[in-house]
Design a protein around this ligand. Structure first.
Ligand SMILES: [Zn+2]
Length: 516
């Protein structure tokens, strides 16, 4: 018996010591832990994104009832702490939070503006993975596209909802580290009343019916910036097919769009394989496992967005100023080009937006050439000649345009002109090696303008700071010498010039209806 008591005593001492040790460890962790930053430090959007952790995956289990416009969700987020965190922030605008768990335990939270600050029961150690579950709901709010009065975000439509916006959209419908710097994979389980259909990014995994509702399970495996996540709820004509090069396509066009307009839209979407082949030739392999389009019958949608693997298009791109159906192929070229530049190679900060829009616009110039409507040099020269030196267009510093001018025409057109000026300066071989190498090197990640300039200098072996200073950071029309470097000026026929001018007119008309 004595021996037994002794053992028991030693055991109790050991337990007490272990408890002391645990307390000390918890106290140490608390002493060393820090709150995660409420923003990632973006100059244009200081409160966007959050510091101290890195998200790997979002599972968004949401239910949306078009009759009430109410969204109820449970977001499960898998992340890794990059600091030892006492608390961390997510971005969420407008919706009410009812429960938060971290690693299966209840956590406390506070709200302030778009910041949802979560304090777990125990600090999260640097380098450790953790899971957050947030139950939330309400009527999602909309945003306004910077510098415009165009509504964006989670938008209710007559037959469901449409979700797209840039840079503000994600925090309006799910708790998120809302900055492109923190890419993650996504799964969406979207429940809607029977009859409605849901399209999202990636691949449709399953549909599950239960008590008058259907859950649509979509999976987007490839890392994605938060603003590129979309769900579209409505009545869709779905077309599943494969491009000649074997990429699976999932197109969804609102079944209320019919007649000549529908014929134009279908004709553009049928060319996605051909467009992708052209872009693959120019930029390198298509970066994702699926592709497709969403075209809603929404009167007040005035833009298109490169939502990853499945761009959303306003039907307005297939209508002229008088409301007559017209060819809209080039907006499809633009959004598909963004799959490389914008999506696969995403921004590290919003001020570098020209890296997205310049490449997407340049792709349109390549398409013009493919369609026999003028070479990129002709489109470039026409744009340069057409816009007088005192036009406000040239005053936009596209390398850092600021929030209100983030989607200014100049970011698009001067962005493409910058790339063409680079092409003229380094020659075709070096230019295409730069473009393809850049897409490959940065695939799946984020990039800055400085990195692009350094990469172009490395590939070409030339100093290019003056060229980029002139085109990106000088609020003036570049001198003709910056347009046609000595020995490279090309004579153009009057006919080609006229064609290029028509092309610019089309571009300007479209920019007047919306952004993309
Ligand atoms: Zn764009």
């Amino acid at each position: 018996m004595g021996a037994s008591v002794g053992r028991r005593f030693r055991f109790l001492v050991a337990v007490a010591a272990a408890a002391l040790l645990l307390t000390a460890t918890a106290a140490d962790a608390k002493a060393q832990c820090v709150p995660g930053a409420p923003g990632v430090g973006d100059g244009d959007y200081p409160t966007y994104g959050n510091g101290g952790y890195d998200v790997r995956h979002y599972n968004l289990d949401v239910e949306y009832d078009p009759a009430t416009d109410r969204l109820d969700g449970e977001a499960s987020i898998k992340a890794t702490a990059t600091q030892t965190l006492c608390s961390f922030n997510l971005d969420l605008v407008g919706l009410e939070v009812t429960r938060v768990k971290v690693n299966g335990r209840r956590a406390s939270w506070t709200r302030s503006g778009q910041e949802l600050t979560v304090t777990p029961m125990r600090p999260l150690k640097e380098g450790r993975r953790f899971k957050v579950k947030i139950v939330y709901g309400g009527v999602p709010r909309e945003f306004i596209l910077p510098g415009t009065d165009i509504r964006t975000g989670f938008m209710a439509t007559p037959d469901g909802a449409n979700v797209l916006g840039q840079p503000e959209v994600a925090a309006g419908w799910y708790p998120v580290n809302d900055h492109p710097i923190d890419k993650a994979s996504y799964s969406f389980d979207v429940s809607v009343p029977d009859g409605y259909e849901v399209v999202a990014n990636g691949i449709l995994r399953d549909r599950d019916r239960h008590a008058g509702w259907t859950t649509w399970e979509w999976e987007a495996r490839e890392p994605m910036a938060s603003y590129l996540a979309t769900i579209a709820i409505g009545y869709w004509d779905v077309h599943r097919w494969r491009t000649d090069s074997g990429i699976p396509v999932y197109d969804a066009v609102d079944s209320a769009i019919t007649g000549a307009l529908r014929a134009e839209i279908d004709s553009s979407l049928a060319r996605q394989g051909e467009i992708l082949d052209l872009l693959i030739d120019a930029f390198g392999p298509y970066p994702f496992s699926t592709v497709g389009a969403i075209v809603d019958n929404q009167d007040d949608l005035f833009f298109a967005l490169e939502t990853q693997t499945r761009p959303v298009y306003s039907r307005g791109f297939w209508l002229d100023g008088e409301g007559n159906p017209v060819n809209g192929d080039s907006v499809v070229v633009h959004e598909l080009a963004h799959q490389w530049f914008g999506d696969d190679v995403a921004l590290a900060r919003w001020q570098d937006i020209w890296l997205n829009e310049g490449f997407a616009t340049y792709a349109e110039w390549l398409w013009e050439e493919y369609e026999g409507r003028g070479t990129p040099q002709q489109t470039f020269q026409a744009s340069y000649d057409e816009i007088p030196a005192d036009d406000p267009f040239w005053a936009v510093v596209i390398g850092d345009p600021g929030v209100d001018l983030l989607f200014d025409d100049a970011v698009y057109v001067r962005g493409a002109m910058t790339l063409h000026a680079l092409r003229n300066a380094v020659g075709d071989e070096s230019f295409w090696a730069t473009v393809r190498g850049w897409a490959a090197t940065k695939s799946g990640g984020n990039a800055t303008t400085e990195e692009f300039i350094a990469y172009a200098e490395e590939v070409s072996g030339q100093r290019l700071d003056e060229l980029f200073d002139t085109w990106l950071y000088t609020p003036r029309k570049p001198a003709p010498s910056a347009v046609s470097p000595a020995g490279r000026a090309k004579l153009r026929t009057a006919r080609a010039r006229a064609r290029a001018k028509t092309r610019l007119g089309q571009l300007q008309r479209r920019l007047a209806v919306g952004r993309y």
